[in-house]
Design a protein around this ligand. Structure first.
Ligand SMILES: Nc1ncnc2c1ncn2[C@@H]1O[C@H](COP(=O)(O)OP(=O)(O)O)[C@@H](O)[C@H]1O
Ligand SMILES: [Mg+2]
Length: 518
């Protein structure tokens, strides 16, 4: 076998427009055999579009594709696979009710090949062994886990002889162990001389899995580097176009008066079981209080009780001294509490409405939008344009439906609306979940900025790094109870982990277990 790298694909001057967006702008890309190429970029950078072009799904507006030096033109994914190029999309394209073997037979038939079941099964088993790609040829797709279905998609491409494989954010649906297994399969393929293109926005993945990286930003190639000659920091900077502060600047809190007071509250969850047990806390102006804990230990219910979405069975909630215990969400909003919900698509946004409608949703009853009895169209336009600018929401226009925005931009939109509507108290639930590095950093900066301006913020997150970076104080919840309140600057992660596992802070300190754990 020829072990030396050869140029497998050259894409030259690839340009692709969508209405209002230049998704790919004169892109050059080289792909080599024997190599895993990471295609890195933020959400919306143009990665999927570029690879859909290489896989024959989209036709470019301009540009050329060369395979081993020969120019090719694809009119369909079938054309591409005939030339050895196959793509595993983010949404799998398998028939759920059919077996693995039948799915593969189906995709062979679409290329005009008719094969016997027993023949196909035998070949699946051979490929399975060759690439350590475990799939059961007889299993029905619906019986398989997402990770197994992904292996079937890969098998389907290998079966059809693909030697250039594109995977679009394949680890998004995998556990860390499954991701490691996948990387071994990909490595096996490159050892056999194939080329692999791995689309990702995760820096860890790039450094762990790839040989070379091409970084895309806003439809442009900004860099081509060898993985071993770069760092995560440099890649992050290339990806977002500025330095990423992995640790954000956090000034010492100058705590003002208590904005939120929660006193001995109890509540039950959807199953009728205790969700909050005697929870008390206070948040001052200019303070971020982080809530850590394994998901499902009462964090969600805490946010719901404060925002009026769930009733409490005992206790009191005060905001700015005003009793809002068991008030309606409407009264809670009027009392000055804003809410960035965990489920941003379901609860946070009306996704079919425009950016403009979503932004004014909470402001349309007040000046400057309303003057006297009238809603001012001009004021709406100014209000919306200003928020789009200040919060850097990337959208083709203020009239674009929000569902077309990337996750990061949807989250900025919610933050923009909630922060503008907020009168000093913000409840942020999983504010950066699902966002890439750049969007995460900008969301975190926005929260810190609000803190600087004197907002009281309750931050609920599964990400311990996020909690320790942003919070002035941290409470840890376990089975609806508070295990203790700690200062992130003087408490180590082991202590927080023990509390997350149900140990009260007082018992940890008493027995000095911190030292033995570390
Ligand atoms: N089918 C489409 N119609 C309209 N706009 C699209 C379509 N596909 C992608 N876009 C837009 O093109 C840009 C690049 O998208 P995409 O290639 O999916 O980026 P990435 O995969 O890097 O997140 C985004 O602004 C996206 O909204
Ligand atoms: Mg994509």
């Amino acid at each position: 076998m020829n072990k030396s790298k050869t140029l497998a694909v050259q894409m030259r001057g690839i340009t692709k427009h969508f209405p209002g967006i230049l998704a790919n702008d004169n892109i050059d890309l080289d792909v080599y055999s024997h190599e895993i190429l990471a295609l890195l970029g933020e959400n919306g950078a143009g990665k999927t579009t570029l690879m859909n072009i290489l896989a024959g799904l989209y036709k470019p507006d301009a540009g050329q594709i060369f395979l081993k030096g020969q120019e090719v033109e694809f009119h369909s994914p079938k054309d591409a696979i005939t030339h050895g190029i196959g793509m595993v999309h983010q949404h799998f394209m398998l028939v759920e009710s059919l077996s693995v073997t039948d799915n593969i037979i189906l995709s062979l038939q679409s290329s005009g090949l008719n094969m016997h079941t027993s023949q196909v099964k035998k070949r699946i088993q051979e490929l399975s062994k060759q690439y350590h790609l475990l799939v059961d040829p007889d299993a029905a797709i619906w019986q398989l886990s997402v990770g197994e279905q992904q292996r079937v998609e890969i098998m389907r491409l290998l079966y059809r002889g693909a030697d250039i494989l594109i995977l679009d954010e394949p680890t998004a649906v995998l556990t860390p162990d499954e991701a490691t297994d996948l990387s071994k399969i990909l490595r096996k393929m490159t050892e056999e001389g194939k080329a692999v293109i791995l689309i990702t926005h995760k820096l860890n993945e790039v450094t762990a899995f790839s040989d070379r990286v091409t970084v895309l930003r806003a439809g442009h190639v900004v860099s081509n580097v060898l993985t071993k000659e770069t760092t995560k920091k440099e890649l992050a900077r290339l990806m977002v176009g500025r330095d990423i502060l992995f640790r954000l600047e956090k000034k010492k809190c100058k705590a003002g008066k208590a904005i939120l007071e929660v006193e001995h509250i109890h509540a039950i969850n959807d199953k009728g079981l205790p969700a909050l047990v005697d929870v008390s806390l206070q948040i001052c102006a200019g303070e971020i209080l982080g809530v850590a804990g394994v998901a499902g230990n009462g964090q969600r219910e805490l946010a719901e009780v404060i925002t009026g979405l769930r009733s409490l069975t005992k206790g009191k909630v005060l905001v700015n001294g005003q009793n809002i215990t068991n008030s309606t969400p409407f009264k809670v909003i009027n009392a000055g509490i804003s809410h960035v919900p965990g489920d941003r698509i379901g609860v946070g946004l009306a996704s079919n409405l425009t950016v403009s409608d979503n932004l004014v949703m909470k402001a349309y009853r007040k000046p400057p939008i309303v003057q006297g009895q009238l809603i001012k169209k001009r004021s709406i336009l100014q209000f919306v344009d200003n928020l789009i600018k200040v919060f850097q929401i990337k959208t083709p226009s203020s009239e674009t439906p929000t569902r077309l925005l990337s996750g990061g931009n949807q989250q900025r939109l919610i933050l923009a609306r909630e922060i503008t509507a907020s009168q000093g108290m913000l409840i942020a639930v999983y504010p950066s979940r699902g966002l890439d590095v750049g969007a995460t950093e900008s969301v975190r900066s926005i929260l810190l900025e609000q803190r600087e301006h004197g907002a009281a913020i309750l931050l609920i997150s599964e990400d311990l790094e996020e909690i320790t970076q942003l919070s002035d104080r941290i409470i840890v919840m376990y089975e609806g109870k508070i295990m203790g309140i700690v200062d992130p600057d003087t408490t180590n992660l082991e202590t927080i982990s023990l509390m997350m596992a149900g140990q009260a802070l007082s018992t940890i300190e008493k027995h000095g277990e911190e030292k033995t754990i570390a």
